[in-house]
Ligand binder design. Sequence first.
Ligand SMILES: Nc1ncnc2c1ncn2[C@@H]1O[C@H](COP(=O)(O)OP(=O)(O)OP(=O)(O)O)[C@@H](O)[C@H]1O
Length: 290
Amino acid sequence: MIDLRLRKVLESDNTKMVLDLNLQFKKGQFITLYGESGSGKTSTLRLISGLMKPDSGHLSIGQQCWFDEDKKINLAPSKRKIGFVFQDYALFPNMTVKENLFFALSDKTDQGTIEELVQMMDLGDLQNRKPESLSGGQKQRVALARALVGKPEILLLDEPLSALDYKMRYKLQKYILKIHQRYKLTTILVSHDIGEIIKLSDLVFELENGKIARQGSPAELFGLGSTSAKFQFTGEIIQIESEDVLVIVTLLVGNDLVKVVCDKEEAKQFYLGDKVLVGSKAFNPIIKKI
Ligand SMILES: Nc1ncnc2c1ncn2[C@@H]1O[C@H](COP(=O)(O)OP(=O)(O)OP(=O)(O)O)[C@@H](O)[C@H]1O
């Protein structure tokens, strides 16, 4: 079990936010932190990694205590079994792919780990190249491999795919799921992409202004279970046009545009930018706000 009860006052210039977190989940789960910009998702990852010190509270990973204010325990980041991947790759530009991985290796004789990761992440043909010659998706595969060199128990992913196009994101999601399962990791992902969250997560925590506003499975949080649809996927409203008594709602689903017809009453609840669930009932597409 992972037990996280942490509090931190975040003050910058003229804003103050109290991060007051209470999260419990099982080891081995794929967790996603979801929520508006500035709600405290990245700060939560920083508290877990030890890069930011909580003001008070408790953090334990199974039997191991990483932070406890009362017991004066605050394990250094290097002692926490964590891998961290950011949106911006953070690779060393002057080192090849293999050197980037080797740099993260504490026991330099353990070449086997690097070889396994190179194979796992399909980096064989790239290992002697420098980051500048790699695509965004290739760099992120290297960053994921590097985060695993230290054999972490917990993998923290801070919007790792948000700079990539849809096709590349889809490919990388498969790698993330593969390593999560292969290394029995507990993975904590920050993501805004509902499709991605549904695909990857066991449990989602929605943050609002530094606190957990909602938690549940993706189906519970995004209302997937409550439509008895034949098929369903998520999209974003990019256009709403009125035509007589009907309204045509245009949605962006991945890279594709989908047009759905609704009646005027039904369409009143929709606004541009809304995330919606698209489904079909008796072959008529329906959309539902999530
Ligand atoms: N080290 C810090 N010291 C003080 N305040 C901070 C610090 N880091 C972040 N904050 C503030 O805390 C709030 C939450 O920031 P955080 O980056 O955790 O949000 P977020 O949910 O990850 O946002 P985004 O989705 O935009 O990345 C913001 O108001 C931010 O300015």
